[in-house]
Write a protein that binds this ligand. Structure first.
Ligand code: NAI
Ligand code: MG
Length: 360
């Protein structure tokens, strides 16, 4: 049977950028005879409006069955006053949690045509292509005890960094697998100098490395890693790190490359019966209410998220390369949505024009 995709466009610019992804999916059907079973459903505010919940149980069940979920974005000012339990973001969090997506892949890739647009020196970013693997379901954002407690005559805020060996092992394995498909170079970042969880992290990653003798493993303290990431990011290929450090390092790395409108992501879980990992692909950006409905959104982040699905869920790496090359060509030919223009005063093209240029 054909590989299956569940499309969840969501809110704000989510549906706008997803329309362009559907053009790419149609192109694969028509021109390459690669067919997908595509279904579509609601998430976030759109699901709340229809069902009173940001993720219907039927949608959750469908997400567990398909080979890949492709999500646009959720949220918007219309939903700001809603109760926490039904906020649009809860829909996305429920997907991540129930699918147990522990490995978050955040590429930082600089397209040549945009090397001048980056805030960094051109030779630092030109040709950059690195991947940060962030542990997504454990660590200090989830560890117990947590809370704000009374202690003597003042309050104390507590969060706990906690990692089990198996949690470190599985995310390390996903990073080594990735390194095997890329430059066979992995850098693990923690703070083993001041944190016991970091010592354990380093030990477990070192142990997993024995199963991947072809991968050159290095270790770096995360603070030094942040510095090196800005100084000379091209020294890295794949970086693996915990939830907290990964949050910071991936946002910093993202900005090496230019616009939020360019950044895809993948969140992977354990392999399903067919051997494919549970997977959710989404652009890093949100629903961008300030530009929603105006045809201004850059669809590239969402299109590149689909390219990641081709590569990591469907083993269609060369087709993923084809999508990325189409994006590079479109940019090289001067196609720019407004977010890629800065102050120059050149004329931007619309969301749908960008999709058309990439498909062409
Ligand atoms: P945002 O990412 O939606 O927007 C930040 C800025 O970047 C805005 O100026 C926006 O116009 C611009 N931008 C974002 N994506 C763009 C694109 N594809 N093309 C051109 N410009 C783009 O973040 P913000 O404003 O903090 O949040 C807006 C809403 O989105 C909130 O409700 C927030 O909770 C939600 N959100 C959802 C996420 C998700 O669905 N994964 C992630 C981040 C925020
Ligand atoms: Mg963040």
């Amino acid at each position: 049977s054909n590989p299956s995709i569940l499309i969840l466009p969501g809110d704000g610019i989510g549906p706008e950028v997803m329309t362009e992804v559907k053009k790419v999916i149609s192109w694969f059907g028509a021109k390459r005879d690669i067919q997908f079973d595509v279904s579509e459903d609601l998430v976030g505010g759109a699901a709340y409006d229809a069902h009173g919940t940001p993720l219907h149980d039927d949608t959750m069940a469908r997400a567990q069955e398909v080979d890949a979920v492709l999500l646009g974005a959720v949220g918007g000012p219309k939903y700001d006053e809603l109760d926490f339990s039904v906020k649009p973001e809860r829909g996305l969090l429920r997907l991540r949690k129930e699918m147990d997506l522990f490995s978050n892949l955040r590429p930082a890739q600089c397209f040549d045509a945009l090397a001048d647009f980056s805030s960094l020196k051109k030779d630092v970013v030109a040709g950059l292509d690195i991947m940060i693997v962030r542990e997504l379901t454990s660590g200090i954002y989830f560890g117990e005890p947590r809370g704000i407690f009374e202690e003597g005559n003042e309050r104390v805020g507590i969060n706990t960094q906690r990692y089990t060996e198996s949690e470190i092992d599985r995310v390390a394995r996903s990073a080594f697998e990735l390194a095997m498909r890329r430059g066979k170079k992995l850098c693990s970042m923690e703070k083993a100098n001041v944190m016991e969880s970091g010592i354990l992290w380093r030990e477990v990653v070192t142990e997993v490395a024995k199963d991947y003798p072809e991968v050159a493993l290095s270790h770096m303290y995360a603070d030094a890693g942040a510095m090196q990431l800005c100084r000379w990011p091209k020294q890295f290929d794949v970086i693996v790190t915990d939830n907290l450090f990964g949050d910071l390092l991936s946002d910093a790395a993202a900005m090496l490359t230019g616009s939020l409108g360019m950044l895809p992501s993948a969140s992977l879980g354990a392999p399903m019966a067919n051997g494919r990992p549970k997977a959710l692909y989404e652009p890093v950006h949100g629903s961008a209410p300030d530009i929603a409905g105006q045809g201004k959104a850059n669809p590239i982040a969402c299109i590149l998220s689909f390219a990641m699905a081709l590569r990591y869920s469907f083993d269609l790496g060369s087709e993923a390369d084809r999508v990325e090359a189409a994006v590079e060509t479109a940019l090289a030919n001067g196609a720019r949505t407004a977010d890629l223009l800065g102050e120059e005063g050149a004329t931007p093209i619309s969301t749908s024009e960008m999709g058309d240029v990439i498909v062409a």
